[in-house]
Write a protein that binds this ligand. Structure first.
Ligand SMILES: *Cc1c(COP(=O)(O)O)cnc(C)c1O
Length: 356
């Protein structure tokens, strides 16, 4: 029986997507060739790329004037591409520091220019999203991380600014409805909520590019990738294909409005148990709780072995917390079935009976 996969990333994908993807590796669409051995310029693959792009546009309602790209290098390379493409020579960027990934993005941006850290929750080990900060007006762009995968916090309201707005949406893209027109650049590594590792989705407003006065290396230049329809060099054909399948799955399910409703229900169930069960403590501030990554700790560390054995025996995988906060992290991305969450909740209740 398949395990209940709560992994934070690479993460669970729909079972039917895995099946279709494995078929395509052997024989793609009945052409007697593998998806991963055909030319990326073949009409078969060009169609995959177009479909994937169109599904992103359709699901997220991407307005005219934006380009959708599938790049490589993960979200981590976007930490560098963002300042390369948007931070003016002698300019300044504003960053919200809400976790490990934000901090890494800040570090990269500092390589290219001045960074104003607008607000940070670092002193509280990133257990909440800062509020009541002042957004500077003299910056080229504002950068934030919509969902903090490691700490389990999520922006419920986005920063308001007249500067460009950039968001690392790696771990909650396609999980809730967003208004793309409020953003100038969105990026997301595929392996949290869209597909396997190996491709990064970028949604960028065309008119913001080419204004920094910098010379940008070709591979780091969004304009180059836009002009080549994400095929400036050989694209990651397999991750793009699996992302396409996952987006098709999401569309058939009813799109983002439908998955958002399910995600709200799934998270509410699990948080209710954490709040009810005296053996657990939630990590993140309640109002900032992530709907994707649920972080919690044991009230009494002495019971660790007992709980670990119980969830292991229940076929649960991937809930060990990140080393920076310890405890547990249940990642409940789009493809996580509610049944698996129920199994975790049952295990938490069984644990309560066993130790009390
Ligand atoms: C996982 C993650 C990253 C890093 O992604 P890579 O694709 O491994 O570079 C960046 N930001 C967030 C929010 C993440 O969850």
């Amino acid at each position: 029986m398949k395990k209940h996969n709560f992994s934070a990333g690479p993460c669970i994908l729909p079972q039917e997507v895995l099946k279709k993807a494995s078929d395509a590796v052997v024989n793609f669409n009945g052409i007697d060739l593998s998806l991963i051995e055909i030319s990326h310029r073949s009409k078969e693959f060009v169609e995959v790329m177009e479909n994937a792009r169109n599904l992103v546009k359709e699901l997220l309602n991407v307005p005219e004037g934006y380009s959708v790209l599938f790049l490589q290098g993960g979200a981590s390379l976007e930490f560098l591409m963002t300042p390369y493409n948007l931070l003016k020579v002698d300019g300044k960027a504003g960053y919200l520091d809400t976790g490990t990934w934000s901090s890494k993005a800040i570090k990269e941006a500092k390589l290219l220019g001045e960074v104003d850290v607008i607000a940070s929750s670092k002193e509280d080990n990133f257990n909440h999203i800062p509020k009541n900060y002042t957004v500077p007006t003299d910056v080229d762009y504002i950068h934030f991380t919509s969902n903090n995968t490691i700490f389990g916090t999520q922006f419920k309201e986005f920063p308001k600014t007249d500067s460009l707005l950039v968001c690392d949406m790696s771990s909650d893209i396609f999980s809730r409805q967003i208004d793309v027109s409020k953003f100038d650049l969105i990026y997301a590594g595929a392996q949290k909520n869209m597909g396997p590792a190996g491709t990064t989705l970028v949604i960028v407003k065309d008119e913001i590019l080419g204004k920094t006065g910098r010379t940008i290396p070709a591979m780091l230049d969004y304009k180059v990738h836009i002009s080549k329809d994400s095929m400036f060099n050989t694209p990651p054909v397999f991750p793009v294909y699996v992302s396409m399948l996952t987006l098709e799955w999401l569309k058939n399910l009813g799109g983002i409005a439908a998955i958002e409703k399910i995600n709200n229900e799934k998270a509410a169930l699990l948080y209710a148990e954490i709040d009810r069960n005296p053996l657990f403590n939630g990590f993140a501030a309640k109002e900032d709780r992530s709907l994707m990554n649920v972080t919690f700790t044991l009230a009494n560390e002495a019971h660790k072995e007992t709980f670990d054995k119980l969830w292991n025996d229940a076929g649960i995988s991937g809930i060990k917390g990140h080393r920076s906060i310890g405890g547990y992290r249940a990642s409940i991305y789009n493809a996580m079935p509610i049944e698996s969450i129920q199994v975790l909740i049952n295990t938490m209740q069984q644990f309560e009976k066993q130790v009390s």
